[in-house]
Ligand binder design. Structure first.
Ligand code: SF4
Ligand code: ZN
Length: 737
């Protein structure tokens, strides 16, 4: 802790303690030792003192004991020559401060019985009564339970006043939007945050969660005392179990102090007190910061934060998780709409699906670079185009979080599919650079615009993955140039993700992972993902599944023990068979990881490629989603996808990812990579380097030139002619059929 803060806090604590002693002396004289004292209608006495020391102050004479403890706690003022450590003495001084302030406030109740509106939830503006003071137990039970059941994550204790009423109202609203209680106390420059809100026309009181405790800094104890009571009433922590009380609040009550205005010694003393519970202080003025983390989840004191960032900063510093309870879009939202299609006449706007570019990319950024909830749409929106139009589409979700890892990017990104799909009237297929979105006329009529896709992503990422990140902002582009720019960046990132799995083998692990994300469309579809067989959508490799399982152990990616190896060549394992049988609801009994002929894996509609046998050639062709012409097997991609993509096992056909083509186990059971006789030219070019490398390994360095494409062969006969000319190795492999 900085020496300046420590010495200010200790100095402030001495001033407050001296004042409390003076008050005690006077009230003892005036009322006598047996006179009753305390906060109104509570069984928790002076709750901080009760929670920490177990002392139940109910008579004036009880104060004596507490003051003695304060005297023991408070360190001597810091002299020029004192050196480290400062933190522990400052924390003790802070604790003594809070005890002393409870005494001061309790005596205020004696001396000025009308100062606070006791037992009231609302202020009485007409009577000029705006200070509510300590919450009685009725109010406490009603409100405190919200801290436990998650309705309110915690509170912001606002000390002082904003520079103007407008700023005050804005800060209050931002805090309310995060479901936080706002506990207000103290004043700055003769103004209070409470009075500023009243002036701005904001409704204050317990019902709006904007609670005006009192105009003095000592009213801060009503906030901390509330937290102490929550731990005792709802956390089962006994009076006097101070350590447990502090830890309970540190871990469960998201509270912090927002100090607005010049920070006095007394404020420092209170801030130091709050640190004991793990509640940090964020201030708008320049005071020395205490950045190393320790007691608080993150930093202890952060200063000089501009008003338009102060709430966001506080939330970050305290590690508060944002919860977005409702998806704010003009159409209905929920799993019920996930399987719904948007067809023909109903289409207002279509993006991707092979006709235009559609790319989705989730990437991580620094905490400072992301403004949570921000959605930008750059380029044309639905309102700028006619019904039945097409646009290019690129969506970048920029995620930041102190615990966020690059490994989590693909996991969040892959969710886009099912998250966007749950909006009524919006259809989403695919992922990465093969996304495909249709927005229906009905949705547009209800006011659905592109920004709402961003709103869905923001809300749902928070709801489902709040544990692993803190902020997300979304940028949506529809302008061709910009979309192409993003496409390039995204592809580089996909390549990097794919490369992480390179070098791992199926033999090197004893556990594979499942993915059943696509069961909403293809109910019996189960992907088994091994290091050498990525998911057929191309978005999930073994490492991704492993990370996804870590994040969400109940989620769609489950570990599958390989178990006994039934057939090494086909890649059949007892553990996988057992799992698939269960997960397909008894539809699929056996599955080969490396074969399209014997018990192939099921295929769903979002596969990147579909492989099919060409019997005459004794070989296999594959076609990717972007190739829309006829293929040598007599079917276009869409027909193939329609025929085999429903989650059934279809021997002779297999959905797979682009990346899988050059993985070593690709179709190993059917003769492997060297069976490949035809693929679209563009795909061949895209994979050129990888194909060359793999062919080299297999001792056929010029293999890429032996694979036919649409420029040399459109029918199976033409493929056969071409590969015969080239002396393709598959002609010498054992017969496929
Ligand atoms: Fe998961 Fe397979 Fe669907 Fe990809 S295709 S999301 S891996 S179930
Ligand atoms: Zn799928």
């Amino acid at each position: 802790m900085s020496k300046i803060i420590a010495s200010s806090a200790i100095r402030g604590a001495h001033k407050i303690l001296d004042y409390a002693r003076e008050k005690y002396r006077i009230s003892l004289e005036k009322f006598g030792p047996e006179y009753e004292i305390g906060f109104p209608n509570t069984a928790y006495y002076l709750p901080i003192i009760y929670a920490i020391t177990g002392i139940d102050v109910s008579k004036i004479k009880d104060i004596e004991k507490v003051l003695e403890i304060c005297s023991r706690l408070i360190p001597p003022p810091v002299s020029e020559k004192t050196h480290l450590p400062y933190l522990a003495p400052a924390l003790d001084a802070g604790m003594a401060t809070l005890f002393a302030e409870e005494i001061i406030e309790a005596i205020r109740y004696l001396e000025e019985p009308d100062f606070y509106l006791a037992d009231k939830e609302d202020v009485e503006l007409d009577k000029g009564k705006i200070w509510l003071g300590a919450a009685n137990d009725v109010i406490f039970r009603k409100r405190g339970v919200e801290f436990v059941d998650g309705t309110a994550p915690g509170f912001a204790a606002v000390i002082g006043a904003a520079p103007d009423t407008e700023t005050a109202a804005k800060i209050a609203l931002e805090l309310q939007e995060r479901n936080l209680y706002v506990f207000m106390c103290a004043h700055s420059k003769n103004s209070t945050f409470t009075e500023q809100l009243i002036e701005a026309g904001t409704q204050i009181g317990w019902p709006t969660r904007l609670v005006p405790f009192g105009p003095h800094i000592s009213a801060c104890v009503f906030a901390i005392g509330f937290a102490c009571k929550v731990a005792m009433a709802f956390g089962g922590i006994k009076p006097g179990e101070f350590r447990k009380n502090l830890i309970y609040n540190k871990d469960r009550t998201y509270a912090f102090i927002l100090a607005l205005g010049e920070v006095t010694d007394e404020w420092f003393a209170n801030a130091a007190g709050a640190i004991n519970w793990g509640f940090p202080t964020i201030s708008d003025t320049s005071i020395p910061q205490i950045l190393p983390t320790g007691i608080c989840t993150y930093e202890h004191v952060v200063s000089s934060i501009p008003h338009n960032q102060i709430v966001q900063k506080a939330i970050e510093v305290r590690g508060l998780k944002v919860t977005v309870s409702k998806v704010p879009i003009p159409v209905a939202y929920g799993p019920a709409f996930e399987g719904e299609r948007v067809r023909g006449e109903d289409i207002y706007l279509e993006m991707g699906g092979g006709r235009t570019i559609a790319v989705e990319w989730t990437t991580s950024k620094g905490m400072e670079e992301v403004e949570d909830g921000r959605v930008d749409v750059i380029g044309k929106d639905v309102t700028d185009v006619e019904p039945g139009s097409r646009l290019h589409f690129a969506m970048v979700a920029e995620v930041a979080g102190r615990r966020f890892q690059e490994d989590f990017e693909p996991i969040l990104e892959r969710q886009n599919h099912h998250l966007i799909n749950q909006a009524q009237g919006i259809m989403h297929i695919g992922q990465r650079d093969i996304a495909w979105i249709r927005i229906s006329k009905q949705a547009v009529e209800k006011g659905f615009k592109l920004k709402h896709i961003g709103r869905i992503i923001h809300a749902k990422y928070h709801q489902e993955f709040g544990a692993i990140f803190d902020k997300v902002q979304i940028k949506i582009y529809t302008d061709e140039e910009k979309v192409k720019e993003i496409l390039k960046l995204a592809r580089a990132s996909y390549a990097q993700r794919d490369a992480r799995i390179e070098g791992m083998t199926d033999e090197s692990v004893d556990t594979f992972y499942s993915c059943i994300l696509c069961q909403s469309f293809a109910p019996s579809h189960v992907c088994i993902i091994s290091p050498e067989r990525t998911g057929l959508c191309g978005a999930y490799n073994w490492l991704d599944c492993k990370a996804a399982y870590e994040i969400n152990p109940e989620g769609p990616n489950q570990p599958v023990k390989k178990g006994e190896c039934i057939d090494e060549k086909l890649g059949q394992f007892k553990g996988c068979n057992d799992y698939v049988y269960k997960a397909s609801r008894q539809k699929i009994e056996r599955v080969s990881l490396y074969s399209l002929m014997v018990d192939p894996m099921t295929t769903c509609g979002c596969c990147e490629c579909i492989a099919a046998i060409l019997p005459m050639c004794n070989g296999i062709m594959t076609v990717d989603r972007d190739f829309t012409d006829m293929t040598p097997c007599g079917m276009k991609f869409t027909t193939l996808a329609g025929a085999v993509g429903g989650g059934a096992q279809t021997p002779g056909f297999l959905g797979h990812s682009k990346y899988n083509i050059t993985q070593r186990k690709f179709l190993k059971g059917d003769g492997g990579f060297l069976r490949l006789v035809w693929m679209p030219k563009r795909l061949k070019e895209e994979l050129r380097e990888k194909i060359k490398k793999r062919a080299q390994e297999l001792g056929v360095p010029n293999f890429i030139d032996m694979i036919a494409d649409e420029t040399v062969a459109k029918t199976e006969e033409e493929v056969l002619e071409y590969i015969s000319q080239k002396g393709h190795p598959c002609l010498n492999l054992e017969p496929l059929l």
